[in-house]
Design a protein around this ligand. Structure first.
Ligand code: IMP
Ligand code: MG
Length: 190
């Protein structure tokens, strides 16, 4: 095999790598350290936002030595091939009683912030006492000045549509191990 063949990654056809799997792994270790300090010995309810947070929450909670429940939710905001939020609706709602609980919302990416605002309100409305949020990626969105912010952030990224490590485009590419900027050729007309 020639050296150029060794260097080429067949997954590059999906788009260039923005955050590598090694960078993700290192940052998750740091985040887990911060979260373990924040929550100490208190019992936690982790609320991953499916399906995007699937890989992230799995890697994160395995580094959190805290007694916890995991209560996934699903929020639909990107039907089909659209790349901007169209508003939120629960496909899988949170538990209807979180009275007195410490809750950690875990999501793949903060974009417009609508998902986070929607979830925080829903979780507070069922009695959670302490609601924190952790996102792997925070997209630069200067056009949304009053965006709600996450308490814990893995990486700040430019305003690009990204796929991989749980993030999808039209349901695909979640299983790519690196986070990539979706190649223009793969983007639909929406
Ligand atoms: P927000 O409500 O606009 O903050 O969007 C948050 C949700 O939109 C995330 O949970 C993702 O599911 C999805 N999303 C936003 N940006 C991207 C992206 O670049 N790639 C894939 N999904 C995204
Ligand atoms: Mg999502």
């Amino acid at each position: 095999m020639s050296s150029s063949q060794q260097r080429s990654d067949p997954e590059d056809r999906f788009g260039r790598v923005l955050v590598s799997r090694a960078q993700i792994a290192r940052r998750i270790t740091e985040l887990a350290g911060d979260l373990a300090q924040r929550f100490g010995s208190s019992e936690l309810t982790v609320v991953p936002v499916m399906t995007g947070a699937l890989m992230f929450v799995g890697d994160l909670v395995r580094q959190l030595p805290i007694r916890m429940q995991i209560e996934p939710v699903s929020v639909s905001s990107y039907p089909g091939q659209s790349v901007r939020s169209q508003g939120c609706v629960f496909r899988l709602p949170p538990p209807d009683d979180l009275r007195g609980r410490s809750v950690l919302i875990v999501d793949d990416i903060l974009d417009s912030g609508k998902t986070l605002a929607f979830l925080r309100a829903a979780i507070r409305s069922v009695g959670a006492e302490d609601v924190q949020s952790c996102v792997l990626l925070r997209k630069e969105r200067p056009d949304v000045p009053d965006r709600p912010d996450a308490d814990y952030v893995g990486f700040d990224i430019p305003d690009e549509f990204v796929i991989g490590y749980g993030l999808d485009y039209d349901g695909a590419y979640r299983n790519l191990p690196n986070i990539r900027v979706l190649a223009k050729e793969l983007r639909g007309p929406a």
